[in-house]
Design a protein around this ligand. Sequence first.
Ligand SMILES: CC(C)(COP(=O)(O)OP(=O)(O)OC[C@H]1O[C@@H](n2cnc3c(N)ncnc32)[C@H](O)[C@@H]1OP(=O)(O)O)[C@@H](O)C(=O)NCCC(=O)NCCS
Length: 432
Amino acid sequence: MSFLNGGADRTGQAEVVRLTPERGAEIIELDQIVWAASPTAERARLSIEALDMSRTIGVEEPGGRLAAIASAWAFDTPVPGGRVDAGGLTWVGVRPECRRRGYLRALVERHWADCRERGEAVSMLFSSQLPIYGRFGYGTASSGVGLTLPKGASLRPLPESAKAGPAVDLRFETVSFEAHGALVDAIEQQAGYGPARRPGWTACTTSAAWRLMLEDEKPAGPRLEAGRIAISERAGLPTGYALVRRDGNWESGNPAGTLTIRAFQALDPASGYALWDLLVNMDLNTKVITPLLTLDDPLFGWLEDWRSQSVTLRDGLHVRLVDLPAALTARRYALPIDLRLAVTDRLVSENAGVWVLQAGPDAATCRRVADLDESETDVSLDIRQLGAIYLGGIGALGLMDAGLIHERTPGAVEFLSRAFRGARDPAVWPVF
Ligand SMILES: CC(C)(COP(=O)(O)OP(=O)(O)OC[C@H]1O[C@@H](n2cnc3c(N)ncnc32)[C@H](O)[C@@H]1OP(=O)(O)O)[C@@H](O)C(=O)NCCC(=O)NCCS
């Protein structure tokens, strides 16, 4: 397929092509060049196995050289009040000497076409750099904070009522896919589809992806240990896990280790508390680095003092509505609304226009109205802003304060804001 839209002038004769496993060596070489990585042959093989080859695409230049790549995973993702089929864009990379020729844009447009063919109403991603995807209509739909805690950070006692039920047992082991893959997957599935599910939650979809995640390559550092896993169980059933690694550092003969938590999940308060208690009090460490946390993470309810600690704010999920009516009707809304929305979308013309969203806690309909013009609508916004508010974590009013959403009907954006808000903050970091 030749490039469409504005890419053609810069991309010349290059073409978007589907990639097959036979091109594994080229794919790995390109990936290593883009990401400055040198994985072992076994990890390289696994990363190809983890890809969904049916939706792995590349840009091929005349002569056949692979200049860019992108892939996607199919996710069945919680959204407020429901679930949506989403394409998780991943593995995006362009050879350094081929940047700014429109290859990313061409790959993104093909990815959206794939999403539409598969009935995926939204595309989601985690971005290596914040400024890349906004121009493609991806809105930042969640943000989170990472904490650096001192060893022994004080946790408030857990109320007795939260401890009801079987006692929590803890294990601390060397992590392996064989020993822990099924257990971690089972915990994640319960977290993702159970009552405490977060909009935007995702997990690995293949064994190879789980293996790569659990047995991540040991980063450089003379004393870094193998990956470990802390597991909580109640009555013999797994209820939580944390993937960690310690650097075993010493300073002037004293322990000065850092424990980094790569992933954390717990299915009930007693299990989550027991895991954090174990991790923040483990001997020989002076620092504990948390994964990215939502602001409604239980840890903020337990820590006596997180203000004095180092706090890093980061963007989480970026969401793009590929099929606007399908996306908006896949979720439910906190209160009844009946709004006429004028939506701009520079890149997906099917989304642009005036839409009537009639929705509430139990149902949602969304239909295009051809005979209305923008002056007859309640709210106007770009598809990027709809992506930002879609998972319910970002308020539309704040975007209006920033001049990014406009209302013609006074009070309409406040309604929109309250209706779109979810009960839980959206996920901030993937488990894939
Ligand atoms: C980021 C990357 C994918 C961009 O690819 P590219 O082929 O150069 O992008 P394109 O030429 O299609 O550019 C599309 C638009 O995005 C803009 N853009 C691209 N990279 C950008 C960046 N890092 N920051 C801000 N804008 C960027 C371009 O300026 C262009 O804007 P325009 O349409 O207004 O001219 C590429 O530089 C890369 O592979 N970087 C390293 C790996 C990486 O970060 N991948 C993303 C993983 S989430």
